[in-house]
Design a protein around this ligand. Sequence first.
Ligand code: FAD
Ligand code: NAI
Length: 441
Amino acid sequence: MPSLRHVVIVGAGRAGASAAAALRAEGFDGSIRLVGDESLPPYERPPLSKAVLAGTAAAGAQQVLAPDFYREQHVELLLGQAASAVDLSARCVELAGGARLSYDHLILATGARARRLPPDLDPERRALALRDAADATRLAAALASPRCRHVIVVGGGVIGLEVAAAARAAGRAVTVVEAGPRIMGRVLPAALAPLLKQEHERHGVRILEAVHPRRLTVREAATSTVDADVAPVRLDLGDGSAIVGDLVVAGIGAVPQTALAQAAGLHCDDGILVDEFGATSDPAVSAVGDAARFLHPTFGRALRVESWQHAQRHAAAVARHIAGQREPGQREPYVDVPWMWSEQFGLELQAAGLLDDGDESVVRTSADGSVTTVFALRGGALRGVAALGPDGKIGRDVRVAQLMMERGVKVAAAALADPDVRMKSLMSSAPPAAPNRDAVA
Ligand code: FAD
Ligand code: NAI
């Protein structure tokens, strides 16, 4: 394999930083340049929709790596600089300022951006998005404004519901407008969504499902420059009704940032396409994290995962391949089962695997009724799990289910449904199922 001396990483988020850390941990001693278009060193996004909106943390304060890491490990951070082009044949990244960075290997960790409401629906661009530290600071200030009485949240996904919970905690009236048939359609199985909806309604959130926003109109211009995002607005809906509020937040999905890769000629399709080792259609370029769509050997299909744990683990696994420069036969594919969590009103939600990948759904309710877990099984093997319950009470069983998926353990539906059967005891109760590798070959 050609020698590797210069690595450039584009995207200084969790995945980009984790790739840099893993390269050094693997013993790579060449140059690493980490390019980010945000001005802050890599920071964690989960607090942006939780502690930052609750006013208990500053946006961007929680860094992915210790602040000294970059100096001590000789990782050059190029912040506030967007990569504008990649020349695959010259192995060179061009920055918007004109600088050119040569590489032996390039890692694209460009993440995702918030999808915005279309201009014909929101001609004055009133709806706030939440993706980065600046968005979170702006939204936290708007929520804190005494003129903010009613928050309209467009989209009942993770962002929408975490924002709804934060806005209720701040004492604001909240209406969530979800276009799909139920909230959290991307993440939650049908059996859990109503329970989460009930919890929101119990806390005073109004949730409208299967309703399409049609037009957002500003009824009065903001009078204050301090909280200019807070002003009377009206959202007309497809069913002919309308909602009047003071602040609109849109959480209508994330779009992978593929423009750079696409313009360079790398294969993309709702994400930068990579194999199970993170390699793109050019072997000198890898892609990781939210931006990448990768082949998953266990599930036998290409996945794009938008989650905090995956961003770190995927980037670390791919960086180890790059630094190790292993021959194809010696390489281990990335097989982590995707996992995410959310917190809303003191309830914790966790999901792992693929909930839409089963031919059988099993519900387990804890003896005290406080925890509901839904499993997706295919051919008797676990493919997905999601659990909702009080903080601290759901993690262990989800972790066991995740291990069962990783090991391909087959399990009886009746035992899974029975809360008196300990999940851990099911780990060894059946022979492993063969992983579905057909689609990967
Ligand atoms: P990103 O975090 O998007 O980072 C990519 C970086 O690359 C960005 O800084 C971007 O600006 C930069 N970039 C893009 N293009 C260029 C370019 N051309 N040049 C230079 N820089 C570029 N997941 C969970 O599992 N649990 C949670 O509770 C949770 N909460 C979340 C809350 C919020 C508000 C958000 C937005 C996400 C949350 N997530 C959560 C998801 C998790 O944070 C993401 O999956 C993770 O951040 C993805 O990391 P990444 O590094 O792949 O991408
Ligand atoms: P999402 O995909 O979770 O949810 C978007 C929701 O908006 C869906 O329910 C969809 O049906 C709905 N929708 C789409 N268009 C609509 C429209 N025009 N009108 C009304 N509803 C519409 O995406 P979300 O919540 O925006 O999150 C974006 C990103 O942030 C994701 O990558 C997510 O992983 C990340 N995130 C993760 C968190 C977590 O895991 N706890 C918390 C916050 C953000």
